[in-house]
Design a binder for this molecule. Structure first.
Ligand SMILES: [Zn+2]
Length: 440
């Protein structure tokens, strides 16, 4: 008899989240994420294209499933917590290596389908959707439970693996938002009922940030507040944000209404996530905004539209990616901006070299055009120290396993658990990929 945690990605690093839970001979894979910067560096593209999985493992762009060796045959299910690429982006490359179904909420399943059809290979695995806040039998001895958590994409869940040796919770990416703008709050009641788990594997990205993550309601108010007092008559207004952030997109569409402008949403990835949200019955924003996904249509819009001040223009490209709509249309002279035009970044810069460099370049260009720049009109989807403290207190796991962080962040979570919450140091496990922990 045994219960083991096998880290495969995202331990002592940020990205390619993946973890295996092994109960006797059965293994459940939790998330199959991409390390986006390494992927882009290797693939020379931010689009998912056909690349050898072996190569992607070698460059550290996808989880190192070779750690499992022959145990790969023992995988009985792949469960995905939510639809962000650092949790689901490796599915098109690695899922076929396992003879197992993929389980996720409806929104996440839609993202999986969209990614795999884009990659063009198709999956051998069945993709099975489950409601948020549901429990289903995976095998005769393992049940899986999805518990709703607030994050920056709809239908994010904490995954509980119920085994005969106790339950293991995987809460990777969440915050406890008391006033979300789309969808319900985190299922606090269930978290409290789950008290006394064997282990909690937890997002520690902002474990060294004091306080609690700010509510999405605050981001919404910031967005409305930024342009309320500006004289926008005859001016162009551009907003850029994360394509997968459906709650934010809804607030931006609302901003368009407040400004009395038609919202036009540009970019293929914007369309992809809006369609996923509509198919998953989350919200259909296509009814309230015009979508212009493809490059030729984007170019045609700008060539044929004389007066941009009738529209709220929503675009991909918040990281300054040269191929995304914002940078590309400026570089091609299609989107011409001048003094007192407005550009709002409803995002934060991802702190990796290439993103920082691209954003610098884009902001320099925008400043040279004398536009009014509004940056960081954003709140994070990741909980801070006090969100983490609350969850640990509610669930009181026997073992705590910080993930989704470099050593500094994993260590900050351990420090809090040991100093403030009375955990014995040997019950809080700081791990590297491949470093197994036996719990029973
Ligand atoms: Zn996420």
């Amino acid at each position: 008899m045994s219960l083991e945690i096998i880290p495969l990605g995202g331990f002592s690093e940020v990205g390619r989240n993946c973890c295996a839970v092994k109960a006797d001979d059965e293994i459940v894979i939790l998330d199959l994420g991409l390390m986006l910067d390494k992927y882009i560096e290797y693939a020379d593209s931010d689009e998912l294209t056909e690349i050898s999985p072996k190569k992607l493992i070698q460059v550290g762009a996808v989880p190192d499933i070779t750690i499992l060796g022959d145990l790969r045959k023992n995988v009985v299910g792949i469960c995905i917590s939510h639809g962000h690429l650092d949790h689901v982006g490796a599915v098109p490359y690695l899922a076929n290596r396992f003879d197992a179904d993929i389980h996720a909420t409806k929104m996440t399943c839609e993202v999986v389908r969209s990614l795999t059809s884009e990659e063009g290979k198709g999956l051998r695995n069945r993709v099975v959707s489950h409601p948020v806040n549901s429990r289903f039998p995976l095998t005769r001895s393992i049940d899986i439970e999805f518990v709703h958590l607030t994050h920056s994409i709809p239908q994010t869940v904490g995954i509980i693996v119920h085994t005969k040796y106790g339950s293991v919770a995987y809460f990777n990416d969440f915050k406890l938002d008391a006033t979300p703008t789309l969808g319900p709050k985190s299922n606090i009641k269930r978290l409290e009922e789950l008290k006394g788990l064997r282990a909690l594997i937890m997002d520690s990205l902002y474990a060294d940030v004091q306080g609690r993550a700010k509510s999405e309601r605050i981001a919404q108010e910031m967005l409305f507040d930024q342009v309320t007092h500006a004289d926008l008559k005859g001016k162009t207004v551009v907003v850029t944000t994360f394509s997968s952030h459906i709650a934010r997109m809804r607030s931006i569409v609302e901003l368009g209404k407040r400004l009395g402008r038609e919202t036009v949403i540009f970019g293929r990835s914007m369309e992809k996530y809006l369609v996923a949200a509509a198919n998953a019955d989350v919200i259909d924003l296509r009814k309230e905004a015009r979508l212009v996904p493809y490059r030729a249509k984007v170019d045609a819009f700008f060539k044929s539209t004389k007066d941009l001040s009738k529209y709220l223009l929503v675009m991909t490209g918040h990281q300054g990616e040269p191929k995304a709509v914002l940078s590309r249309t400026i570089a091609k002279g299609l989107l011409r901006l001048g003094p007192d035009d407005v550009v709002i970044f409803s995002s934060t810069t991802i702190p990796v070299g290439i993103c920082i460099e691209n954003r610098h370049k884009l902001e320099d260009t925008l400043r040279s055009m004398h536009v009014r720049l509004f940056t960081d009109v954003h709140v994070s989807g990741h909980g801070a120290k006090e969100d983490m403290r609350d969850v640990i207190r509610m669930m009181h796991p026997e073992h705590l396993i910080p993930t989704h962080g470099e050593m500094k962040q994993l260590g900050a979570l351990k420090e809090m658990a040991v100093s403030d919450l009375g955990y014995a140091p040997e019950k809080v496990h700081i791990l590297y990929n491949g470093q197994r922990v036996r719990l029973a």
